[in-house]
Design a protein around this ligand. Structure first.
Ligand SMILES: C[S@@+](CC[C@H](N)C(=O)[O-])C[C@H]1O[C@@H](n2cnc3c(N)ncnc32)[C@H](O)[C@@H]1O
Length: 351
């Protein structure tokens, strides 16, 4: 196990914050509540990308022009961020850019390999402890092990496996092909990479609260040129405070995540807020019967030796609760697929 710990530390240390290539320009989100996603490469999208070079102080008229604006928004006031640097939703462009809230002036940088858009980004004294179900995944060791056995363990509870889960999610996302996809609580990016490689989306944004998961995500990305060249961004954010403008994202995927979130209701409300009309949310989780559950006290007991006491206070839901939650957050056309303890569920933002 000591070997694994060393390997995890080495993996984290080797994360270069300097993506080596200049990648093609990526997308910039379209403006207020527009129902239909655009196809990749459409002229209006290219125009939007060009418009993203909002570098110098703008005139009053420019500030008021929200028809095409930065996809990222301030997590404090939800106003669009102004970017100083090259445009595009890709790693080098974001790494070279500084972002500032157009309203409160809070600034955000990509000092690490991800853009930190948490409310606490830049704080010097203040730190905040999240519930154990969030903190557990911030550990370098858990982040390292996640795709190296931990996630595969979910199959015992009925999860169909990565390829099948990906295809199932892609079916749900068909109506929003060509749009911007947000892979929230992406972990080590196992689905992010599949979504980015599929070519289905204009841009893919991988989001997680765990710095180490995002570093691990980058470790995997940099092993593949196609991914380094993709319109793919890594963002640190809290699911309860999504740093995106309302009605700005077409597709949101949350694999095996809702049971880890501090407040699922705040999170789904945020998902509903940032989805564009017609936008689709797809999530997977364990149903509340904890039998064969890899997060059960029994399954996690060996981990105590490695990462210390493990709190198993995950939120598990029944099928009815998940549907009720999605509906109460304004999502419609709820559907789900169940296999033992596994559920994939989906809801849509109404037009
Ligand atoms: C079990 S992993 C799921 C990873 C991946 N999506 C999958 O399908 O396997 C749960 C993820 O949720 C993230 N998470 C927990 N609390 C979060 C929060 N408040 N905001 C964003 N992500 C959070 C964790 O960091 C972790 O990467």
């Amino acid at each position: 196990m000591e070997l694994l710990v060393r390997a995890a530390a080495a993996a984290a240390a080797s994360s270069s914050p300097h993506p080596s290539r200049q990648l093609p320009r990526g997308a910039c989100v379209s403006g207020p509540c527009r129902p239909r996603p655009r196809r990749p490469g459409s002229p209006s999208l290219r125009a939007a990308a060009a418009a993203a070079t909002a570098v110098e102080p703008e005139t009053k008229e420019q500030q008021n022009d929200t028809s095409e604006t930065e996809v990222f928004a301030c997590p404090v006031c939800y106003e669009p961020l102004i970017r100083k640097g090259p445009p595009g939703i890709n790693l080098p462009a974001i790494y070279r850019s500084g972002f500032k809230c157009s309203k409160c002036n809070k600034s955000f940088t990509s000092k690490d390999i991800f853009l930190d858009l948490t409310v606490t980004s830049g704080t010097k004294e203040y730190t905040e402890q999240k519930p154990a179900r969030t903190e557990l995944f911030r550990s370098p060791l858990v982040s390292f092990l996640y795709e190296r056995g931990w996630r595969q363990n979910f199959n015992r509870s009925g999860f169909p496996g990565l390829d099948e889960e990906f295809h199932m999610a892609q079916d749900y996302f068909q109506p929003v092909a060509g749009g911007i996809l947000l892979d929230v609580s992406c972990g080590s990016g196992l689905f992010t990479r599949k979504f980015a490689k599929s070519g289905t989306y204009t841009a893919v944004i991988a989001l997680d609260f765990s710095e180490n998961m995002l570093r691990q995500c980058y470790e995997f990305i940099k092993q593949e040129d196609t991914l380094l060249n993709a319109n793919l961004a890594l963002v640190r954010a809290d699911i309860s405070r999504l740093p995106f403008a309302s009605c700005s994202v077409d597709a949101i995927h949350a694999g095996a995540a809702i049971h880890c979130w501090p407040s699922p209701s705040n999170a789904v409300a945020e998902i509903s807020r940032v989805l564009r009309p017609g936008g689709v949310f797809v999530g997977t989780t364990f149903l509340s019967s904890p039998r064969n559950n890899p997060f059960s006290v029994e399954a996690l007991r060996p981990l105590r030796m490695i990462v210390g006491p493990v709190n198993t206070s995950y939120n598990y839901f029944t099928e009815g609760e998940l549907e009720d939650l999605c509906k109460s957050c304004g999502l419609v056309n709820y559907t789900s697929k169940v296999q033992r303890s596994f559920i994939m569920f989906s809801g849509q933002k109404p037009y």
